[in-house]
Design a protein around this ligand. Sequence first.
Ligand code: OOG
Ligand code: NI
Length: 473
Amino acid sequence: MPGDWDQDVLRAQFCHALSNMYKSEVPLYGDLVDLVWEADAKTIQASQGLEGKQTIDPDDILPSRHRVERHGAIRLGTAQELSTIRRMFAVMGMYPVGYYDLSLAGFPMHATAFRPKTRYALTQHPFRVFTTVLRMELLTEQTRQLAKKALDQRNIFTPRLLALLDIVDTKGSLSATECAEFIENGLETFRWHSKATVTLDEYKILKAEHPLIADIVSFPSSHINHLTPRTIDIDLVQQLMVDHGMPAKERIEGPPKRECPILLRQTSFKALEETVYFRDTSDTYVKGSHTARFGEVEQRGYALTRAGRQLYDRILDRVNAEAAKNNIKLADYEKLLEDQFKAFPDTMSALRDLNLAYFCYKLTPNAEDLLKESLDASFENCSASVQELLEKDLLNYEPLTYEDFLPLSAGGIFNSNLGNVSQSKQLIMSADPDLDGFQRCLGAPVADEFHLYEEMQRESLEHCRQRLGLIKL
Ligand code: OOG
Ligand code: NI
């Protein structure tokens, strides 16, 4: 990396600054972070007494990896905003990964996650931002006109930030001073403004069509709407939120609690009602309120292969169909979820044998000893199967962590934070995903998340192959 510009360091510094800003804007978020620390400390303490208990990934307990926010979320209005955000995140080593069709959950939006792509960058600092953009074509004519007018008039980036992005494009690097300016100016894009750019009447029209449209269109910035630390025991965090009287979301999104955690489980405290001043006819403002910002917690599990993901989606579809048919209550929903997920294998070896999850392969201490004793000649120029090497105790494996999001869980998170949603359902229900349209707005392709995990798994095997001197593995 040329000059003073280290993308991983810049990402860490930016995340830290953003976290401080958000804690001062939403003090309850600071309380949530404290609570996550408490839950994790309790869980670690409890697990230390249990011989052989392996549910805690040792990496996760290291303060450097665990005690930082894992993600945030922003909502954008236009193609220009999305393509500029892409350039801004790229400066911090965050690239668009995955396409999320939120019309699946009834929202006129689609999304990607800007995140580090390599294992190394993820271990340096894992921060990512779930980024949604409004789909104008799914709005009614009146709302579209209103939205267009408001969005055309705003600029969510400071002039200096835009100049810094140009410097990166032309010079290919930033100086230390420019990095500091980048953080200071970048924060402005995500800062909360209590003065809306629309009138109260306009806000009401936007909100009546969908509260998220009002949230995206009515303000001069794209305020960060939540930040999310990672926990190792989300059930405990949920319990502690209730115990502490926080306005916790009713249930944890995603798969149920399992021996082998998969994908992602999330919960949040619900968005707060905040005072907003709406533009009046002249220079005066009228007082109103808006509900958008919350605090979230996530627990990450194993990354699933396409086959694993299909099984997950099938089971979840079955659960939701059943729940809708019988109009079931929350407690019964949890039971149904647990029962149906019994169909998803729950041991590491089954997940690997059935190719449901991705793994990182390593040489065993046994293999390392053999290599040290120079018995490597016994491997040289041979070919072997992974299965053989596992059976001979030369290879072992650990799961790759899921680094992405789940659109239906995102839908659940959105919904808990919206209050009453009255949406033009027919319009939205008939929407198809539009990856091409999204990539056109973005000005770049989005990476396929499955491909990234596949590569990590392949690279780990290739590394083992080389160490063992095998011609083929
Ligand atoms: C994004 C919701 C998605 C998650 O954790 O699934 C998300 C939003 O509310 O804008 O962050
Ligand atoms: Ni989130």
